[in-house]
Ligand binder design. Structure first.
Ligand code: GUN
Length: 301
C-alpha cells in the first residue's frame, strides 16, 4: 500500500449500476421505436456453472427490459443440429444477440460453431471477425469480461497509459482480448503488456514488476502478496470453488488472487465475489442493446 493510504476495493456493483442506468434509457428509446432488444442463449448439456451463468443472463435481460430466451439442448446434440439452430437465430430479426454458452460437448467443434454466428449478432465478441476488429482497433463487439474490466478501470480512474500491465492467463475469452485492449491507442490502453501463461517459469518475476496485474489463470489463490509490487492495482478475474465445510453448500468462491495477503500490498483490488463478475453480464447487456441499435438505426450509432 502506498503512502499509508487504505487500498481501494473496486466493487463491480456501482460500475454495473451506472452502465445499467444508461442502458435503460437506450432501451426505452428502442422500445418507443417498436424495438425490443433480444438475446438468445444456447445451452448444450447440464454443466452446473453454465446453468448458473445462463440463468443470471436471463435475469439481467428481464431487469433491463430485454427479451431473453434460452434454448436448452441435450448433451448428445450433434454439431450439425447446433449449426442449424445458429442458422435459424441468424435469420431471426427479433434476435439481436446470440450467445452459445461454452464449454460445448466434446463432439462439437467450438470454433466452427462460433464462426457460424452472424458477426453482427456476436455479442460475446468471440467470432474471428470480432477478434480481428479488436486487434486492428476497429469498431466491433468486444469480449464481455475484458470490456467490463476496462469499464472498472475507467470508473475507478486507474491510469493505464505507460503502465506495465501483466496479464496472467491467455484464454480466448479473457487473457488475449484483455492484452489487446490494453495495447490499444485509447484512453484505457497505451499500456506495456506482458502475457504470462501456465508454462511461464516464475510468474512472480513478472508480476512483481507490474503496475497492474490482471489475474485470469483459473487457479485459486495463485497470486499472493509477495508476488506483487507495493502499490500495484490488481484485477482478479478468477471464479474458483474451494471446499468449505462451514458453508451450507460445502464450498466457497474465491479468486485467482490470495486476497488476504494481497490487500496490505496493493493500492487497489477487485474482490471476489463482488468484483469483475458483475461486469461480464452488464457488458453482455450493453452489446445486445448496441446490436439492436445498429440493426434498427435507433439511437444513431
Ligand atoms: N463460458 C464462460 N464464460 C463465458 C462467456 O462469457 N460466454 C460464453 N458464451 N460462454 C462462457
Amino acid at each position: 500500500m502506498q503512502d499509508n493510504q487504505q487500498p481501494i476495493i473496486m466493487a463491480g456493483k456501482p460500475v454495473a449500476a451506472a452502465l445499467n442506468d444508461a442502458l435503460k434509457e437506450r432501451v426505452a428509446r428502442l422500445n418507443a421505436a417498436g424495438v425490443t432488444p433480444g438475446l438468445t442463449a444456447v445451452l448444450v448439456g447440464e454443466d452446473d456453472a453454465s446453468q448458473i451463468y445462463v440463468r443470471n443472463k436471463a435475469r439481467a435481460c428481464e431487469r433491463l427490459g430485454l427479451s431473453g430466451q434460452v434454448i436448452r439442448l441435450p448433451d448428445t446434440t450433434a454439431e450439425t443440429e447446433l449449426l442449424d439452430v445458429v442458422a435459424e437465430l441468424n435469420a431471426d430479426r427479433t434476435v439481436h444477440g446470440i450467445l452459445v454458452q461454452l464449454p460445448l460437448s466434446k463432439q462439437i467443434d467450438e470454433h466452427k460453431v462460433i464462426a457460424a454466428i452472424d458477426p453482427d449478432k456476436d455479442v460475446d465478441g468471440f467470432h474471428p471477425v470480432s477478434v480481428g476488429n479488436l486487434v486492428l482497433e476497429m469498431p466491433g463487439f468486444v469480449s464481455c469480461t475484458p470490456a467490463g474490466i476496462l469499464e472498472m478501470l475507467k470508473f475507478y480512474e486507474i491510469e493505464t497509459s505507460g503502465k506495465h500491465t501483466v496479464v496472467v492467463g491467455r484464454s480466448n475469452i479473457v487473457g488475449k482480448p484483455m492484452a489487446n485492449l490494453l495495447m490499444r491507442k485509447d484512453r484505457t490502453g497505451n499500456a506495456t503488456v506482458t502475457v504470462c501463461n501456465s508454462r511461464t517459469p516464475d510468474i512472480g518475476k513478472f508480476t512483481r514488476e507490474a503496475d497492474i496485474v490482471i489475474a485470469a489463470i483459473g487457479k485459486a489463490h495463485f497470486i499472493t502478496g509477495e508476488m506483487l509490487k507495493p502499490g500495484a492495482v490488481v484485477i482478479d478475474v478468477g471464479i474458483n470453488r474451494i471446499p468449505d465445510s462451514s458453508t451450507e453448500k460445502g464450498y466457497r468462491v474465491v479468486g485467482d488472487v490470495d486476497y488476504d495477503s494481497a490487500l496490505p500490498v496493493v493500492s487497489a483490488i477487485t474482490p471476489v465475489p463482488g468484483g469483475v463478475g458483475r461486469m461480464t453480464i452488464a457488458m453482455l447487456m450493453h452489446n445486445t442493446v448496441l446490436s439492436a441499435e445498429k440493426s434498427s438505426g435507433v439511437n444513431d450509432v
